[in-house]
Design a binder for this molecule. Structure first.
Ligand code: C2E
Ligand code: CA
Ligand code: CA
Ligand code: CA
Length: 279
């Protein structure tokens, strides 16, 4: 992930979390960053791969650090997760993304579904459903326009509580997507019980299409699995038209990846939307 992110960031800091002291420093800086609003969201298109039509976007957080430049989430999410800072940060992300989605709707630009990543910590917080409810109310985004991305391991780590939690979220009317799908160990039987809407094929299984035939088989299997469970399926990390064509042939119509657009700041994504509209 690191190599791929490299060219998209202005500065790359290889050893951001190297020593304990540096970690402490980083932790303090992350706290300050939240207070001084140094985090920003970038938005990446989710499209119907058959015609490129925009169906939604995923909000991806970056840290616009005064000292480091634009820092990729892989460099600070793990520590934010460990320290619990992910809870207020995650809530900020959720509110910001919902407000942005609602502002696009209100401006008549687009009625997109906005996808937001949740962390394990946020899922473990006892009041997640209330927090999401509040954010939806405060921003005015219709619940059906919010998609929450959760990983298999986060859900399985919750044991039986996961079902109640996911049902609670579904009752709000939001959509639920299983992120990084294929990298965990969910059985078909387990998945069948979950009130989810979508499987998101991890980039790991898309990257080496068509060179790696076992990856192609895995991707095809996930797509078939989604169809059996009557779930939507979306592929992440689609970079080439070969990958796109293969996925469509297998029955996966939705995709996200550099082939359709990189994550970009809200202003750029907004001009993309208005260009579409006037085109
Ligand atoms: P993810 O949720 O799997 O997000 C997809 C990652 O793949 C993003 O990296 C995106 O920029 C990158 N990507 C998208 N299309 C392509 C492509 O065609 N090729 C390649 N090589 N990469 C592509 P990013 O933005 O660096 O985020 C990394 C991870 O950080 C995310 O993985 C997610 O797990 C986490 N993350 C990002 N934002 C948040 C957030 O707000 N909250 C939480 N809890 N985690 C977040
Ligand atoms: Ca995601
Ligand atoms: Ca992924
Ligand atoms: Ca491979």
């Amino acid at each position: 992930a690191k190599e791929e992110g490299r060219n998209t960031y202005r500065f790359y800091t290889p050893n951001l979390t190297e020593t304990a002291q540096e970690r402490l420093g980083l932790e303090a800086r992350l706290h300050r960053a939240l207070a001084s609003e140094e985090f920003v969201l970038h938005y990446q298109a989710q499209v119907d791969m058959r015609d490129g039509q925009l169906i939604g976007c995923e909000a991806l957080v970056r840290w616009n650090s005064a000292t480091e430049g634009l820092v990729a989430p892989d460099r600070f999410i793990p520590l934010a997760e460990e320290t619990g800072l992910i809870v207020p940060l995650g809530e900020w992300v959720l509110r910001q993304a919902c407000a942005q989605g609602q502002s696009w709707r209100a401006g008549g630009l687009a009625d997109l579904t906005v996808a937001v990543n949740l962390s394990g910590r946020q899922l473990r917080a006892p009041d997640l459903v209330e927090r999401v409810t509040r954010v939806l109310e405060e921003t005015g985004l219709p619940p059906a326009r919010l998609k929450l991305e959760l990983t298999e391991s986060m859900i399985m780590g919750q044991g039986e509580r996961a079902l109640d939690l996911l049902r609670g979220l579904k009752r709000l009317g939001v959509r639920l997507s299983i992120d990084d799908f294929g990298t965990g160990y969910s059985s078909l039987a387990y998945l069948k019980r979950l009130p989810i809407d979508e499987l998101k094929i991890d980039r790991d299984f898309v990257r080496d299409i068509p060179a790696d035939s076992s990856d192609m088989e895995i991707a095809a299997t996930i797509i078939a699995m989604a169809r059996n469970l009557r779930l939507n399926v979306i592929a992440e990390g689609v970079e080439t038209s070969e990958q796109c064509d293969f996925l469509i042939r297998q029955g996966c119509m939705a995709g996200q990846g550099y082939l359709f657009g990189r994550p970009q700041p809200a202003e750029d994504f907004t001009s993309l939307l208005s260009d579409h509209q006037t085109a």
